[in-house]
Design a protein around this ligand. Structure first.
Ligand SMILES: Nc1nc2c(ncn2[C@@H]2O[C@H](COP(=O)(O)OP(=O)(O)OP(=O)(O)O)[C@@H](O)[C@H]2O)c(=O)[nH]1
Ligand SMILES: [Mg+2]
Length: 348
């Protein structure tokens, strides 16, 4: 018989095939840290690489002080776990707030993020395209808030408003060891209100939840942001074990202990639970918005891309391309989308 209608076909084996391919190619994941100077961004980058994300690849405990960051710099580590390779890149940025005038202090950051989209776009539009375009796009921007215990400052509002339109932001409360547990909870709540009141988009956005299951999972995160984190590059002995920690007058704050601070929650969100989603949102939403804007610009005086149906200019439909059926609209966001060309969207 040519085909057994009700027999086992083996479609599910496609998962094994995908797994094998993904393991061969590996993953690229790029995180950026942004915030005022002295909030512990560089320290947290070190913490991340020293924590169990990459304990093996970490360098010995340097006793020297972390220098002030004066230019954008990226650190990459290839981390391997159970045969899965991931190239984790963290882009450390110089903190703002040192100048008397901090107007437009977000510009270098915004420029960097857009430049990575541009690089990707240029590669995509090349006649002979690389089989895999190197991905330097920022998949997640961890935004550091000072532990003031009051409200969001105007500068953070302005900064995040701009960033939220081009990248996934995960806000964190820096140096949480300087706040008591009650202060942290209260401050977190205030910040959540402030974010909402100012219309700041932070990850994970409700409108991009795929289904009810996603919504429940992401609601838990939304109720818990911003994570109150503590960073360190020192290890301490606690009950005979070496742990990453920070000495305070109340004792040692164990950075990876969820009872002490939310560094582990942040790490789990970024790597364990939402890595692929952050990459998808970057590609399907932020990059797509950039791409449409750029191609429409080109449509004016410059080269026209609209002649070929493949690169036909259209508004981004904001569907998440990784999900096949049913195709649904995740949310029209006219405000972000000044383009008025017709939308090519498959009907649900
Ligand atoms: N109490 C406390 N201090 C911290 C924490 N993280 C970092 N620090 C200290 O804060 C100071 C500044 O840390 P950096 O990591 O250099 O800060 P940064 O945000 O990279 O600063 P710039 O490079 O100037 O933007 C250092 O003395 C750190 O030891 C933290 O979680 N709690
Ligand atoms: Mg720094």
């Amino acid at each position: 018989p040519a085909c057994e209608l009700f027999g086992y076909v083996g479609i599910e084996a496609v998962l094994d095939q995908m797994r094998r391919k993904a393991m061969k190619t590996g993953f690229e994941f790029n995180i950026m840290v942004v915030g005022q100077s002295g909030l512990g961004k560089s320290t947290l980058v070190n913490t991340l690489f020293k924590s169990k994300v990459s304990r093996k690849s970490c360098t010995p405990n340097y006793e020297e002080k972390i220098p002030k960051t004066v230019q954008l710099q990226s650190v990459s580590h290839v981390i391997e776990e159970k045969g899965v390779k991931m190239k984790l890149t963290v882009i450390d940025t110089p903190g703002f707030g040192d100048q008397i005038n901090n107007n437009n202090c977000w510009e270098p950051i915004v420029k960097y993020i857009n430049e990575q989209y541009e690089k990707y776009l240029v590669e995509e539009l090349n006649v002979s395209r690389k089989r895999r375009i190197p991905d330097t796009r920022v998949h997640c921007c961890v935004y550091f808030l000072p532990p003031t215990g009051h409200w969001l400052r105007p500068i953070d509002v302005e900064f995040m408003k701009r960033l939220g339109k081009i990248v996934s932001i995960v806000p964190v409360i820096a140096k949480a060891d300087t706040l008591t547990m009650e202060e942290r909870l209260e401050f977190k709540e205030t910040i959540r209100h402030n974010l909402q009141a100012n219309g700041i988009q932070v990850y994970p956005q409700r409108e991009y939840d795929e289904d009810a299951e996603d919504r429940i999972r992401n609601d838990k995160i939304r109720e818990n942001i911003p994570f109150a984190v503590v960073g360190t590059d020192k290890e301490h002995q606690v009950n005979g074990n070496k742990v990453l920690g920070r000495k305070t007058k109340w004792g040692i704050i164990e950075v990876e202990n969820v009872a002490h601070c939310e560094f582990a929650n942040l790490r789990d969100l970024l790597i364990r639970s939402h890595l692929q989603d952050l990459k998808d949102v970057t590609h399907d939403i932020h990059y797509e918005t950039y791409r449409v804007r750029r191609l429409n610009e080109g449509n004016g005086g410059g080269p026209s891309y609209s002649s070929s149906p493949r690169t036909r200019i259209c508004t981004p439909s904001y569907t998440r391309s990784t999900h096949w059926a049913p195709v649904k609209r995740v949310g029209p966001r006219q405000s972000r989308n000044p383009v008025s060309a017709e939308s090519h969207e498959r009907a649900p």
